[in-house]
Ligand binder design. Sequence first.
Ligand SMILES: Nc1nc2c(ncn2[C@@H]2O[C@H](COP(=O)(O)OP(=O)(O)OP(=O)(O)O)[C@@H](O)[C@H]2O)c(=O)[nH]1
Ligand SMILES: [Zn+2]
Length: 184
Amino acid sequence: MVNQDKVREGVRLILEGIGEDINREGLVETPDRIARMYTELVGGMEEDAGEHLKKRFHVTNNEMVVEKDIVFYSLCEHHMLPFYGKAHIAYIPDHEVVGLSKIARTVEVFARRLQLQEQLTAQIADSFMEHLSPRGVMVMIEAEHLCMTMRGIKKPGSKTVTMVTRGVFEGNTELQNTFYQLVK
Ligand SMILES: Nc1nc2c(ncn2[C@@H]2O[C@H](COP(=O)(O)OP(=O)(O)OP(=O)(O)O)[C@@H](O)[C@H]2O)c(=O)[nH]1
Ligand SMILES: [Zn+2]
């Protein structure tokens, strides 16, 4: 649960720290706005991916399901700046699938918090394995990190690509290539 008082106080300190007048008109409501904003941006911490993945539908075939181009926004835990991009997820069911929207909801649960892209990728894959028990899952994330583009090394357009395989995808280049073909 976001402690709104603490966030407001922290934002006031940052504003003062950067030499702003916290009483000028444009900034008076800013600490409050930012406190409300964080409730949304880290809202995934309050959620349980298992809740989204608990409703299953029985299937007779176990062909690969791919949900691609799931746009997400997250915050890098080192700078608290956004990183954002697309997640692509494939899984091979073991006679059970989840509703398609629940795949994107799972991405949201782990994106809406302070994150590392590698960890985000692994957490999505692991929660599928834990809650749906498919034969395998593969997750790929392509993202731009504002801490790499608007500050620091300043390399606009650079993308970070991370990938995780679990279950039957692990070490199976044929399955992995099928996934790459489908998401490219
Ligand atoms: N592995 C990983 N690194 C990240 C991620 N997001 C940001 N970073 C990096 O975290 C690192 C933090 O490095 P530090 O040297 O502690 O911080 P810094 O002085 O601000 O680093 P610079 O960005 O190089 O200026 C930077 O290299 C960032 O590019 C992420 O999702 N995964
Ligand atoms: Zn960063």
